[in-house]
Write a protein that binds this ligand. Structure first.
Ligand code: NAI
Ligand code: A1CAB
Length: 264
């Protein structure tokens, strides 16, 4: 995820020569992008002056390991911006102190192309300038929303953080359906990818309610209605009640529970 955001920042010119990237496992492609953008890659931690912001983007299970270095690197005004699922503000305050400005954020991978969705929760030490800085960084890679209740972050993670995976799985499932209905695999893949991408773009540009867009495709007693009878049961008037909505609700509940567990 850190790589997706960094790519967006490099493309937008937000990450410049003053930036430092620390990733002992950095891949060749990312290392090339980082060097081309003039950022410093993997310097000795003790030699880096206190930065204005530290973005923490390691796996939740790795977080304790990197926190010692991050604490050493941070100055009193350094904003800590974590994107780790489950990791709570209280956990970061225990490491940095409660006077450190800390933001728990949940972005998603479309940030790599400037189309991310990030939700932020600030601790009490976050100033207006810190918020503006975080908003600027995250706006450079997509949309930003703020919540004042940290308890919402687990469900946020389950909907928008993990959400791109559900959409990619929809493409896989539609591809399978096309193959089963007799299409050659290559054509099934092309149709499923183009349909999900095109429908998403139509929804974004039109701003219409998803239900309205669905109804626009559905002719009475036509092909779409036949498919929706399977996905929505006889609940087409109630989009919350059908089999697909129930399955996704269960999936999102499972992701929400896992986010809570990751707090550790
Ligand atoms: N993948 C996603 O769609 C999203 C992930 N996240 C969060 O982002 C974090 C990273 O997850 P992914 O990007 O999926 O994992 P990843 O495995 O793709 O990336 C983790 C990166 O951390 C680096 N790393 C490992 N040890 C390190 C160390 N000691 N110091 C510095 N860097 C180190 C790895 O080389 C790798 O580049 C997690 O906390 C996850 O919850 C948040 C939103 C969405
Ligand atoms: O799967 C995960 O734990 C991370 C958080 C949101 C998306 N990926």
């Amino acid at each position: 995820m850190g790589g997706a955001m960094l790519e967006g920042w490099i493309q937008n010119g937000v990450a410049g020569p003053a930036g430092v990237v620390i990733d002992p496992g950095v891949g060749d492609r990312m290392a090339g992008l980082v060097r081309e953008a003039g950022l410093l890659l993997n310097p000795e931690v003790g030699k880096v002056p206190a930065p204005r912001v530290i973005v923490l983007a390691v796996k939740p299970q790795m977080m304790d390991k990197v926190l010692a270095d991050a604490v050493r690197m941070a100055g009193p005004g350094t904003l800590i911006l974590s994107v780790a699922a489950g990791k709570t503000v209280a956990g970061f305050e225990a490491a940095f102190g409660a006077s450190q400005p800390i933001i728990r954020a949940m972005p998603n991978t479309p940030a790599a192309i400037g189309r991310g969705m990030t939700v932020c929760y600030p601790n009490a030490a976050v100033s207006g300038d810190d918020r503006a800085l975080a908003t600027m960084l995250l706006r450079a890679v997509g949309e930003v929303a703020w919540v004042e209740d940290e308890g919402l972050m687990d469900a946020v993670t389950a909907v928008s953080g993990s959400g791109p995976a559900y959409v990619f799985h929809l493409v896989e499932a539609m591809t399978r359906g096309g193959i089963d209905a007799g299409l050659p695999e290559e054509l099934a893949v092309k149709l499923a990818r183009a349909t999900v991408a095109g429908a998403g773009e139509l929804m974004r540009r039109s701003g219409e309610d998803a239900g309205e867009l669905r109804r626009n495709v559905t002719s009475p007693n036509g092909t779409t209605a036949a498919a929706l009878d399977v996905l929505m049961g006889d609940h087409q008037g109630d989009p919350d009640a059908g089999p697909m909505a129930k399955l996704l609700s269960e999936a999102i509940a499972a992701a929400t529970r896992r986010s809570r567990e990751l707090a550790g």
